[in-house]
Design a protein around this ligand. Structure first.
Ligand code: BG6
Length: 520
């Protein structure tokens, strides 16, 4: 971590160097997969370099392919070169980190592989390394239940009891189910062998620094929190723009669509942080309790509401940043007549005291012109009695924009008088940028999430009722869509900000989408 950043955080009394203290072993299921190479090993390496790993730890990569410790480590070293967030990999540090890595070849569905895993753990030098275990399931969701059953049967995973000296935790990657029913079944399955406090459901957006800052921004700044309600706020826009198409994930996308891939998790998570009430404490259950309350207050998605408030879209061929892109229906493993959504825009109401009547507009899509995520809070206009006589005045409502990625920062827009003898106004901006304020300290989301899983803090993970409430919303929307084919106003050219129907959604309320802008 940049020294300057450490000093600044220390001066502010903040825990920059949170550390996982207890020795433990992380077993990664799916060790030859993409996530392990791109995210997990680089994240663990950076935690190690920053001194945040426990004094003593092991990482076991579990997968079916035949590999030796050495060949797996070499692969991980190569991928670190590609995916590390720092330019240079410190060879000495990598070597001492890699001394803790080993590869376990085995079939996830065979008991024998787990027995051998147990034998391997038994050879470690301390009880903690043998019995404090993080099981990271970076595998197909269809195998989650099987793996947990096997871990239970071989007594590697114990249901936690008060007073237990050692702990085991299960980290589950998304997607967590594909609808409410499957999510419930999966929850029931996992909870047969582990308690809720042992299950860590990942939404990597919660690992992002700027997403965590939403709570800090809201609940530590009186000037903003006082205004954070229906009295002052007219509407909120949340945009998560992506420039990528579905690429090689056509098969997966045909099943999920954007509504399940992005809205069920990332967008609803951002929304719940923006809308939640202040929790009584920062304890995991308090924070998650408030987030669930916000989600539960979302007005039900009846068929009529979906018709008026939800827009789906699908991209056709176009260009993104000068690069030509195929249409979704021409992508690999995609039905040429597919009606799957690669874009979704929604207008939601949160029916509680704070937000009654305030629309929240959310949108996300693939093949948009810019990779940028923003929360834009637009305030009510002032009664324009004073400057109204000056008909040409361009008074804009105040707005706060939380830029979540990239060019992370927060800006506040207000009207200023243009210097000169006439009364002319122009919107001006006050801006805070993470980079200029804190230096280039941008830990990857997975670093934080792995650290929290080792430390046993579930705040940044999704609780059972949270995931189920989010599925209920998405299920209602999908049920209302049924088999209806897409209409012309629901298609958009790759490289545009989405379909006409999404423009209409706001235009009907006399608003327009505020498109995120590229960094200056
Ligand atoms: C994943 C989705 O969860 O999030 C992807 O499956 C999406 O489709 C990705 O591209 C976006 O994450 P980020 O961190 O790049 O904004």
């Amino acid at each position: 971590m940049a020294e300057e950043m450490k000093t600044k955080l220390a001066a502010a009394g903040l825990e920059a160097n949170r550390k996982a203290d207890e020795p433990c072993t992380i077993v990664i299921f799916g060790a030859s997969g993409d996530l392990t190479a791109r995210k997990l090993i680089p994240a663990l390496y950076h935690l190690y370099v920053d001194g945040q790993m426990p004094e003593s730890f092991r990482v076991v990569g579990f997968a079916r392919r035949d590999k030796t410790d050495e060949s797996w480590c070499n692969e991980m070293r190569e991928s670190l070169e590609k995916y590390s967030r720092t330019k240079n990999v410190d060879e000495k540090k990598w070597n001492s980190f890699a001394a803790n890595l080993s590869y376990h070849q085995g079939d996830l569905t065979e008991a024998e592989a787990y027995t051998r895993l147990g034998d391997r753990l038994q050879r470690y030098e301390s009880e903690e390394l043998k019995r404090n275990l993080v099981f990271y399931l970076a595998i197909s969701p269809s195998l989650f239940g099987e793996v947990v059953d096997q871990l239970h049967a071989t007594q590697l995973l114990h249901r936690w009891e008060e007073g237990d000296e050692y702990w085991q935790r299960v980290v589950v990657e998304k997607p967590f189910g594909h609808d409410l029913q499957s999510a419930k079944l999966l929850n029931n399955h996992l909870l047969r062998h582990a308690r809720e406090r042992q299950i860590f459901r990942i939404d990597h957006y919660l690992g992002k620094e700027t997403v965590q800052n939403i709570m800090m921004f809201r609940f530590s700044n009186a000037i903003f929190e006082q205004l954070w309600n229906r009295e002052a706020i007219e509407h909120v826009q949340i945009t998560v723009g992506e420039t990528v198409g579905v690429g090689s994930r056509g098969g997966y996308f045909e099943e999920s669509g954007t509504i399940r891939d992005m809205v069920q998790n990332h967008l609803l998570q951002i929304l719940s942080l923006v809308a939640m009430e202040p929790p009584p404490s920062l304890a995991a259950e308090d924070v998650r309790g408030e987030k669930v309350k916000a989600l539960k207050s979302i007005r039900a998605m009846t068929k009529e509401n979906v018709a008026k408030q939800v827009v789906r879209g699908q991209y056709f061929a176009g260009t993104v940043n000068g690069e030509s892109r195929k249409g979704y229906r021409q992508e690999e493993k995609v039905d040429p007549e597919s009606n799957v959504d690669t874009y979704v825009a929604l207008k939601l109401f949160i029916d509680n005291w704070r937000w009654s009547g305030v629309p929240f507009y959310l949108r996300t899509g693939k093949n948009l012109p810019l990779r940028a995520s923003e929360v834009r809070v637009q305030f009510r206009p002032t009664p324009n009695v004073l400057f109204a006589a000056k008909g040409d005045l361009d008074l804009m409502p105040n707005a706060i924009t939380l830029r979540l990625q990239p060019d992370e920062g927060i800006s506040l827009r207000f009207n200023g008088k243009v210097p000169g003898n006439s009364i002319t106004s122009r919107p001006v901006r006050m801006h805070f940028g993470y980079d200029s304020e804190f230096g280039a300290y941008t830990p990857e989301a997975y670093e934080r999430l792995l650290l929290e899983a080792m430390a046993g803090d579930s705040t940044l993970f999704i609780r059972r009722d949270e995931v189920e409430t989010a599925w209920q919303i998405v299920d209602d929307i999908r049920a209302a869509w049924g088999d209806e084919p897409l209409t012309n106003r629901e298609f958009y050219a790759a490289g545009s900000w989405g379909p006409m129907a999404a423009e209409d959604l706001l235009a009907n309320d006399q608003y327009v989408w505020h498109d995120p802008q590229p960094a200056k």
